[in-house]
Ligand binder design. Structure first.
Ligand SMILES: Cc1ncc(COP(=O)(O)O)c(C=O)c1O
Length: 397
């Protein structure tokens, strides 16, 4: 059967989304999830909002005949505008999560072999979406203030690049925020070398300290930034509701691709979230999320400081769900995980191997604090620290 599948099937399944170690071990503490904390879903409010959506007339159960999504798109445009990114609702498209945006943009721009810059490491699901379009990847390393722009510049000088994919706010998987200086420079480089930027911003609203920096879209003067957003992390991923904004030319082409892919985004979900945003305060909900995740982030940082061996370094995320642990060169997190962390220490992280387009990156791992409890953070990071200490003494790891 395998040989009957299109070549993109094996390309996509190689990229690791299925490889996140399902575990039956009852003792396991898993730091792998990029999921939000389910106890923070505004369940009652969403139930009320669904009720008010489905009882409205006409009920949003038919295909959309007009511009039924406009009210929600206007609210999103206002949200983005108030956040410093002036946005017209005519250029806000509802998508099935940001994930669909990744697929549509790659479908629009990437021919086989086209140059695509990604951050190294990057979001595993973006690689899965992009792989199917067979890009030539250029992975640009992450520094404390965002991607290494000297390396990016060299690539742009030497290679033909169609698109740069970046997560500037609380990057998945490192938690890093791109600095203001780098945001400006990145836009200047994209202008100079005529490259599209895909800005993926699902964690932008989950900031636990400090002030937001302008989005890349806000700094864009040539309509070359496509921005993705999502309700997944700030309301609930089960809604499958995200959005995409782009300049006119790109936008109308993306609309055609969207229609060919799934006709439209679920009207009932659009109306539910619109009712939620009408009847409740998203700001108040965000403050609740920020407070709760901040406590977990602090617990994670304390546990790492207390338990990780001296050779380990880790990022300090000012928002989002993730921190990135780095061991010295030569350490292989994937091997350590399968040989030591899973069987002996019952703790699980996402090794770097899955988070780069090519091979060769082994000594880092994503550690997520969003779904685990405070006591799991303490005991799980203690186990991780012990496992890494043992692992770093073994030549074979
Ligand atoms: C960086 C990034 N982009 C996109 C997504 C997909 O999110 P959505 O649920 O909106 O499709 C995720 C989910 O984890 C993510 O981390």
């Amino acid at each position: 059967m395998e040989e009957e599948f299109a070549s993109r099937v094996s390309l996509t399944s190689k990229s690791g989304l299925n490889a996140i170690y399902p575990s039956q071990d009852p003792e396991m503490i898993s730091f792998t999830g990029g999921f939000p904390d389910a106890s923070l879903f505004p369940k009652e409010e969403l139930a009320q909002s669904f009720q008010s959506a489905i009882t409205s007339k006409p009920a949003p159960l038919q295909y959309q005949v007009g511009d039924e999504s406009l009210a929600l798109r206007k609210k999103i445009a206002t949200l983005l505008t108030n956040d410093g990114t002036p946005t017209d609702s005519a250029f806000v498209m509802m998508t099935q999560g940001a994930q669909q945006g990744l697929d549509l943009v790659a479908k629009l721009l990437i021919n086989k072999g086209d140059g695509l810059v990604v951050e190294g490491p990057t979001y595993i699901g973006a690689l899965a979406a992009f792989d199917a379009y067979e890009p030539t990847y250029y992975s640009v390393g992450m520094q404390d203030d965002g991607m290494n722009l000297s390396d990016l510049k060299k690539i742009l000088i030497q290679k033909s690049v169609k698109m740069i994919y970046t997560i500037p706010d609380f990057q998945n998987p490192t938690g890093i925020v791109m600095s203001m200086e780098k945001r400006r420079q990145l836009i200047a480089l994209a202008n100079k070398y005529d490259v599209i930027i895909l800005e993926d911003a699902p964690y932008r609203w989950l900031r636990y300290e400090g002030r937001s920096l302008p989005s890349l879209k806000a700094l864009d003067t040539q309509s070359r930034v496509i921005q993705l957003g999502s309700f997944s992390k700030i309301l609930a991923p089960g809604l499958r509701l995200g959005w995409l904004t782009a300049g006119n030319d790109l936008y109308s082409r993306l609309q055609e691709l969207k229609a060919a892919s799934d006709l439209e985004t679920s009207n009932i979900m659009i109306q539910t979230v619109n009712a939620y945003l009408t009847d409740y305060s998203l700001d108040a909900h965000l403050r609740k999320l920020q407070q709760s995740y901040r406590v977990k982030r602090d617990a994670m940082m304390q546990a790492m400081q207390k338990y990780l061996p001296a050779q380990a370094s880790y990022s300090f995320p000012k928002g989002g769900f993730f921190t990135w642990v780095t061991m010295p060169d030569g350490f292989d997190f994937e091997k350590a995980q399968t040989r030591l962390l899973l069987p002996n220490f019952h703790v699980m992280v996402i090794p770097a191997t899955h988070l780069f387009p090519g091979d060769g990156h082994k000594n880092g791992a994503r550690v997520s604090f969003s779904t685990v409890s405070l006591s799991q953070i303490d005991s799980g990071i203690k186990r991780l620290g012990e496992g890494l200490s043992v692992g770093s003494q073994k030549q074979s790891i």
